[in-house]
Ligand binder design. Structure first.
Ligand code: AMP
Ligand code: MG
Length: 394
């Protein structure tokens, strides 16, 4: 049995290769740039007005002759001479000869003239060509997550596609003779498979786009076939169930028979002690203990960072902070405990309390939790007010 930190280190040392792909901006939403992106346009593309108002060629006095009108989208063909003005709209091209734009609110128009009732400074309300960025300059750097603002920035500088890290393809293999899909199918001794839904949605939440789901009986032959199929269509395989020491737990043996290099089995933690990790070629395999809470803890602590690292996300692990422990718990000293917990703020200070119902078959507490409190190895009692590490659930 190895420690949590050793297990995390081994997984990091066996990272998935980062695959890259050119995608349209819309398809790249949520993904990470795999290279710097350069602007294809000057932005603004041309000097333009920041206001609805008048472009002025300043002379003596505050009255100007209106020579025309420029709307957004027009090409400015007027030339302003001293004492001239043009009606202008926000975003419209600035005509040649303009000193400044004045906003409509401080003007009066009458008989083809405009009277300006406020001081005018050279360059007022003009957005200059290239003020934001010039053609060929770096718009966004490698590693940037393409959220809506990043995507709109790229679109505005004339970029229409981007090289991004492609999320790994992941297969879920659920094993258990007791598992059925729905309440209608239940016979004595059977339960509803919740892990498929758990893992599928947790993978989606992590940004995984291609997910394949398989179900196998607890039978070495069918499990072997299923896992082989899962490996053939994905970069990483998550096996749920059958990794413990039961007479009907076949996942570990089958994976080894299939040529998986076992990198660790069993971690000094609660829940999720029987966690297994291995590699076949460049593909990785996680054997997750079948208990629903163990599946999810192991997913968030080990699988989530492993997959997100391959997507170029930094940091790849759950958001982490330290909070004051509220209450007191006794635990096994040689294990790290990941407790389903509630992070809350009191007087702007972070506090965390453990949610009741921590047995690994119980999901109710997970449904209520917003975080995992990490109660470290080497400690038997965590006291009220102690600072503990908290991992925020996404
Ligand atoms: P195992 O890891 O196969 O020994 O399973 C441990 C516990 O988790 C048993 O009580 C199983 O019935 C339960 N379990 C296994 N797989 C699932 C699943 N897909 N959905 C819900 N419970 C499961
Ligand atoms: Mg089982």
């Amino acid at each position: 049995m190895i420690s949590v930190s050793e297990a995390k280190k081994i997984i990091q040392e066996h990272a998935l290769p980062k695959k890259k792909k050119h995608l349209s901006l819309e398809a790249a939403y949520g993904l990470v740039l795999a290279e710097d992106v350069l602007a294809c346009l000057d932005v603004p593309r041309f000097d333009n007005s920041a206001m609805d108002g008048y472009a002025l060629s300043v002379g003596n006095g505050n009255s100007f002759k209106i020579k025309g009108e420029i709307k957004a989208g027009d090409e400015a063909e007027i030339f302003l001479k001293t004492g001239d003005a043009a009606r202008i709209m926000t975003g419209a091209m600035i005509p040649k000869g303009t000193d400044a734009v004045v906003m409509r609110e401080v003007t009066k128009e009458a008989n083809g003239d405009v009277l300006v009732e406020a001081p005018v400074k050279q360059g007022d309300h003009i957005r200059r060509r290239g003020e934001e960025i010039r053609v060929g300059d770096v718009a966004l750097t490698k590693g940037k997550v393409l959220n809506p603002s990043a995507l709109s920035y790229l679109a505005s500088v004339g970029v229409d596609s981007a090289l991004v890290y492609q999320p790994p393809k992941v297969s879920i293999v659920v094993t258990g003779n007791e598992l059925v899909n729905s309440i209608e199918e239940l016979k004595p001794g059977q339960i509803i498979d919740s892990n498929t839904l758990t893992l599928k949605t947790a993978l989606k939440e992590a940004g995984i786009q291609e997910i394949h789901c398989f179900r196998s009986q607890d039978d070495p032959d069918s499990l072997r076939q299923t896992i082989e199929q899962a490996l053939s269509v994905s970069d990483s395989v998550l096996v749920s169930g059958g990794v413990s020491v039961g007479h009907w737990d076949f996942s570990k043996d089958v994976l080894n028979e299939l040529g998986m290099k076992e990198l660790f089995w069993r971690v000094a933690q609660k829940p999720g002690k029987p966690l297994l990790f291995g590699q076949k070629g460049e593909k990785t395999v996680f054997g997750l203990p079948g208990n629903p809470a163990s599946v999810l803890v192991c997913f968030y602590e080990y699988v989530y960072p492993h997959l997100r690292e391959a997507m170029g996300l930094i940091p790849s692990h759950l958001k982490t902070l330290r909070a004051s422990f509220s209450g007191q718990v006794k635990k096994r000293a040689h294990l790290t405990t990941f407790s389903r917990a509630e992070l809350f703020f009191d007087n702007h200070q972070p506090h965390v309390r453990v949610v009741p119902g921590q047995e690994s078959f119980r999901l109710g507490s997970f449904a209520q939790a917003n975080a995992l409190a990490v109660l470290p190895e080497g400690k038997e009692i965590v006291e009220n007010g102690e600072k503990v590490e908290v991992h925020l659930l996404p």
